[in-house]
Every structure is written in C-alpha cells, then in structure tokens.
Design a protein around this ligand. Sequence first.
Ligand SMILES: Cc1cc2nc3c(=O)[nH]c(=O)nc-3n(C[C@H](O)[C@H](O)[C@H](O)COP(=O)(O)O)c2cc1C
Length: 167
Amino acid sequence: MKEIGIFYGSTMGETEEAAEMIADVIGKDKAEVYNVGSVTVDEVEKYDKLIFGSSTWGLGELQDDWDTFIEKLKTLDLSNKKVALFGLGDQAMYSDTFVDAMGIIYDVVKEKGAEVIGGVLADDYDFNHSEALINDAFVGLPLDNNSQGDLTEERIRNWVDDLLKAF
Ligand SMILES: Cc1cc2nc3c(=O)[nH]c(=O)nc-3n(C[C@H](O)[C@H](O)[C@H](O)COP(=O)(O)O)c2cc1C
C-alpha cells in the first residue's frame, strides 16, 4: 500500500494531468492517483496523507465529479489525517472566483478534523477574489494553465518539496 493518496476531479483533463505530475514528482512508488468520479470514499480512509485536487467551474463551483464525492467525504472522520489541496483555475477570465473550489474543499476537510498543509503565498498571482484565500495565503496550490501555464511544473516541484517535509 502506498503512503499518499491523490484524489482529483477533472473535466477537461487539466487537473488530472497536474495530479499525475504531482505523483511523478513525489515518486510513483509512494503516491497513488484516484479520479473522484470513479472511486468511493473508502479509498480515502486508507490514507493518513492525502492530496485533493479540483478545478473550479461555473462561477466558483466544484468540478462536477466532486459534488457527490464531497457529500460522502462529509461522513468521514478526517482527524489524524494530513490533507494538502491543489486547484486548477483561470485568474484572468475568472478573477472574482479564482480557484474557489479549493476553498470549498478546505472548509469541509477542516470541519471533519483534518490538518491542512501546503498553503501557498498569493504574491505570484493576479486576481480579484478567491474563496481559497486566508489573509495573504492560499489554502493550497493554485495552478493556472490558461494564463500562467509556464509556471505549473516549477510550482508543483516547489510545492511537493514543502509537502514532503510537512507530511
Ligand atoms: C465555463 C467555465 C467556467 C470556469 N469557472 C472558473 C471559475 O469560476 N474560477 C476559476 O478559477 N476557473 C474557472 N474556470 C477555469 C477552469 O477551472 C480551468 O480551465 C481548469 O484548468 C479546468 O480544469 P479541468 O480540465 O481539470 O476541469 C472555468 C472554465 C470554464 C470553461
């Protein structure tokens, strides 16, 4: 059994690709990747170290497959688990709801007792508002393949470095 479970929801494949890249950087021997559209939350219970990823759709909504999954997540006790979050979004087109889905997942996992790790300073992003922001830091890693795609790989590498120390 691998050490870290990565769970993502993805409509056009961007979040899926990021999840796979995160797993590659962590090491495929240590991280297993799951699509929330095709697994049950029983898989979540197996891990003490978790990474959740969602893109944001509509205006500040969860990716579709997360809708059901998050309701099931609310039935779990996540205390004693460490959770890191990442979110795909578009800060230019959706500047008022940038990576909001990450904030929605954050609220649920905190409520269920998880320790959330892997926050990221907002300095390198240019947006109006985000539900995933607390003071000057995001609750996880925002990735924007639409307007800052050239930064994605480096952001993932730096973030994973920090995560592996915090897990
Ligand atoms: C109709 C539509 C609505 C979107 N709404 C938001 C939004 O509210 N906030 C945001 O940050 N990004 C938003 N996005 C950008 C997507 O989150 C982004 O394209 C992401 O990379 C898609 O990832 P996925 O392929 O994994 O679903 C939206 C994109 C579309 C096409």
